[in-house]
Design a protein around this ligand. Structure first.
Ligand code: LMR
Length: 399
C-alpha cells in the first residue's frame, strides 16, 4: 500500500541528533537541538525538579485521567508565571488556559483554534527567520503562513524598521506570531522601547498577537523581565494568545509540559472559549499526561521550591553567558579576522553565528561539530572542555 510513498527529509533540528549519534569521533560536539547541558556536557535535571518529583512520588497519587485541560493547579500557576500577579484579566478570571503537550502542542492547539474560530483571514505571519517548526505547525493547522522581516544580516541584529513596516503593511486583522523572549534561532530580541512600538503597530493594524514563550527566564535569567512583552501587550488592551513551554526553564524536555492560553474580554467569554478548546483537544489526545505537570505545579506552588528554581534558571542562563564569552575569546585568541561580538550580544540559548549552510556542513563533516544548517548553535551544549576545540573548528572554516 505504501510503495508510492517518497522518502522524507530528516527534521531540520531533531535530524541533527540522529546524524550526531552515528558519528564515531570521540570528541564530537552536538550543538543542534536546544537542550541545556551542564559544564560536563551532561543533561541536567534541576535539583528543584528532583525534589518536586520526590514530593509527588511520596504523595502516592493515583493515575486517573486529568480533565481535558489538564492539572488545574498547574495551569493556574502557569498563567500566573506568564501574565504576572498584577494582570487584570487574570484577576478577573478571563484567561482561558489548557495544559498542552509542551510548547509545540500549545502552538498546535492555538493553530487549530484560530483556524476554526478566528473571524479574520486565516493567515499567520511569522518572523524571518523563525523556529524551524513554526511553519509546519501552522500549515498543518491549515493556516496560511507568511513572514515578516525580523533579522538584519548586515547588522546581525534586529531589523526593527523592516519589522514595523511589515506589520503596518499586513492586511487589517492579521494574526502575528511573536517570540516573547530569547528569539529562536537568532537570539536577537527587541528592546522594551521597541516592544512598545511593536505593540502600537499591532494595535494600529487591529492584528491578533500570538506569543510563543518557550524560554521564559532564559533570556535575562529573570522570569518577570522575560515576560515584559506579553504583559505589556495585555496592559495595552490586546487580547493575545500564548504558547508556554516548561521544557527549557524547568529542563522537563521529555515530560512535555506546556500550556496554551487566550486572554478574553470577560469570564463569560472565557467560559465559551474554554468549551471550544476542550472540543479541539478531546479528539486530538483526550487529555494530557499528569506526571510532568504535577512536578511543575509543585515547583510553582511551593514558595521555597519556587525560589530555588528561579535561582537554578538564573544559573543556567549565567553558564550560557559565560560560554558565549569563552567562545568569542577563544576565536579572538586564535587570530580570527572576523568580528564575533554578536555571540555575546545575542541572548537565550542560541547563537546565530552567521555561518553559511556550506560552512555548517564542513563543521560536521570535517570536525564532527553538529548544529543546524542555518548557522544556529546551541550555546547550552558548549562546555569549558569543548569550547577550545569548537573555536578551532570554527576558525579553520571561517579564517
Ligand atoms: C530547538 O529549537 O532546538 C528546540 O525548540 C527543540 C525543538 O523541538 O526543536
Amino acid at each position: 500500500a505504501w510503495s508510492q510513498i517518497p522518502q522524507g527529509p530528516p527534521d531540520a533540528i531533531l535530524g541533527i541528533t540522529e546524524a550526531f549519534k552515528k558519528d564515531k569521533h570521540p570528541q564530537k560536539i552536538n550543538l543542534g537541538v536546544g537542550a541545556y547541558r551542564d559544564d560536563k556536557g551532561k543533561p541536567y535535571v534541576l535539583p528543584s525538579v528532583y525534589q518536586a518529583e520526590q514530593q509527588v512520588i511520596h504523595q502516592n497519587l493515583d493515575k486517573e485521567y486529568a480533565g481535558i485541560t489538564g492539572v488545574p493547579e498547574f495551569t493556574k500557576a502557569a498563567a500566573l508565571l506568564a501574565y504576572g500577579p498584577d494582570s487584570t484579566p487574570l484577576k478577573e478570571g478571563s484567561i482561558a488556559i489548557t495544559q498542552s503537550i509542551s510548547g509545540t502542542g500549545a502552538l498546535r492547539i492555538g493553530g487549530a483554534f484560530l483556524q476554526r474560530f478566528y473571524p479574520g483571514a486565516k493567515t499567520i505571519y511569522i518572523p524571518t527567520p523563525s523556529w524551524a517548526n513554526h511553519k509546519a505547525v501552522f500549515s498543518d493547522s491549515l493556516l496560511e503562513v507568511k513572514q515578516y522581516r525580523y533579522y538584519n544580516k548586515d547588522t546581525i541584529g534586529l531589523d526593527f524598521d523592516g519589522m514595523v513596516a511589515d506589520i503596518k503593511n499586513m492586511p487589517k486583522g492579521s494574526i502575528i506570531l511573536l517570540h516573547a523572549c530569547a528569539h529562536n534561532p537568532t537570539g536577537v530580541d527587541p528592546t522594551e522601547d521597541q516592544w512598545r512600538a511593536i505593540s502600537d503597530a499591532v494595535k494600529e493594524g487591529d492584528h491578533f498577537p500570538f506569543f510563543d514563550m518557550a524560554y521564559q527566564g532564559f533570556a535575562s535569567g529573570d522570569t518577570d523581565k522575560d515576560a515584559f512583552a506579553l504583559r505589556h501587550f495585555v496592559k495595552e488592551g490586546h487580547f493575545p494568545c500564548l504558547a508556554q513551554s516548561f521544557a527549557k526553564n524547568m529542563g522537563l524536555y521529555g515530560e512535555r509540559v506546556g500550556a496554551f492560553s487566550i486572554v478574553t474580554a470577560s469570564p463569560e467569554e472565557k467560559a465559551r472559549v474554554d468549551s471550544q478548546i476542550k472540543i479541539i483537544v478531546r479528539p486530538l489526545y483526550s487529555n494530557p499526561p499528569v506526571h510532568g505537570a504535577r512536578v511543575a505545579s509543585t515547583i510553582l506552588n511551593d514558595p521555597a521550591l519556587n525560589k530555588q528554581w528561579l535561582g537554578e534558571v538564573e544559573g543556567m542562563a549565567t553558564r550560557i553567558i559565560k560560554m558565549r564569552a569563552l567562545l568569542k575569546e577563544n576565536l579572538e585568541k586564535l587570530g580570527s579576522k572576523q568580528k564575533w561580538n554578536h555571540i555575546t550580544d545575542q541572548i537565550g540559548m542560541f547563537a546565530y553565528t552567521g555561518l553559511t549552510a556550506e560552512q555548517m556542513s564542513k563543521l560536521a563533516e570535517e570536525h564532527s561539530v553538529y548544529a543546524t544548517k542555518d548557522g544556529r548553535i546551541s550555546v547550552a551544549g558548549i562546555t569549558s572542555d569543548n569550547v577550545g576545540r569548537l573555536a578551532e573548528s570554527i576558525y579553520k572554516i571561517t579564517g
